[in-house]
Design a protein around this ligand. Structure first.
Ligand code: URA
Length: 265
């Protein structure tokens, strides 16, 4: 049944979803527990208390509140991936008037923010979203999501340096967790060489990659984030951006431990 008491409309209308399923997708509770919340009168749709678990709602159109708080499903959120250009700041405003990443994506919603930070002199994959729960989980060390960087460094890290990075190095704010690291290529330059190093970490301390590589004797000259939480950077040019596809949003939310029970019927 729809809100008007009619059977669900067919193809061509706004997609409908049962209220308990909507609540599960919004991360409120499992579908069974949602049924109980609905029967207990804790759920309002468009301002009206609804006590019928079988009711269908239109995500993005109907306003669902549970115990007074708006319940939103991923379809209601904005998910953007940006190839962050060099020289842009990941902040909402800068007193010195430097370029901001938010200016790279025209028409962003006011509530959409970057998921974590990249330094001004780092390029690469940056997610932007107003899905606060996902953003929180993507950054929280408890969920251990990996970020892969490619760094151009001075010299060529030897096995001893790589082993130190793999085991964890001492920084001024403590030991780092073990990293995955390898040298991708090395090329000669005047008075020495440079190497491209692939480094994966699941922490997110300030300037962590630069500090880790400096501690083992290989200062970073260029840094790009090439993957984040299982998503690879597929936008070749800095400044390019796109919206995530629905399947990418689903995969990302799953990796962050959300929406685990929404696939079954
Ligand atoms: N580590 C750094 O050193 N810089 C970044 O921007 C991200 C990770």
């Amino acid at each position: 049944m729809t809100l008007d008491g009619h059977p669900d409309p067919g193809a061509g209308s706004a997609p409908m979803v049962r209220l308990n399923r909507y609540m599960a997708r919004a991360g409120i509770a499992s579908r069974r527990a949602s049924d109980e919340l609905i029967r207990a009168g804790a759920v309002r749709v468009n301002g009206k208390v609804i006590q019928e678990p079988g009711l269908s709602v239109r995500p993005g159109l109907d306003h669902v509140e549970v115990e007074g708080r708006t319940a939103r499903v991923p379809d209601d959120y904005e998910y953007i991936v940006l190839h962050k250009p060099l020289g842009c700041l990941v902040t909402k405003s800068d007193p010195q008037g430097r370029p901001l990443v938010y200016a790279c994506v025209p028409g962003l919603r006011a509530g959409t923010v970057a998921v974590g930070r990249l330094d001004m002199d780092t390029t690469g994959l940056l997610l932007l979203t107003d899905d606060g729960e996902l953003a929180f989980r993507l950054l929280h060390p408890r969920f251990g999501l990996w970020k892969r960087y490619e760094a151009v460094v001075l010299g060529r890290p030897d096995e001893a340096a790589l082993t130190r990075l793999r085991q964890g190095v001492q920084l001024d704010d403590g030991m780092t967790a073990p990293a995955r690291v390898e040298v991708v290529e090395t090329w000669p330059v005047e008075h020495g060489c440079r190497s491209r190093v692939s480094l994966e970490i699941h922490e997110g301390r300030k300037r962590q990659v630069r500090r880790m590589l400096r501690v083992v004797g290989h200062p970073v000259r260029q840094l790009t984030r090439v993957a984040f939480a299982g998503m690879a950077l597929d936008l070749p040019e800095p400044g390019q951006w796109r919206r995530l596809r629905a399947d990418e949003v689903v995969a990302l939310r799953r990796r962050a431990g959300l929406d685990q029970d929404t696939d079954h019927g």
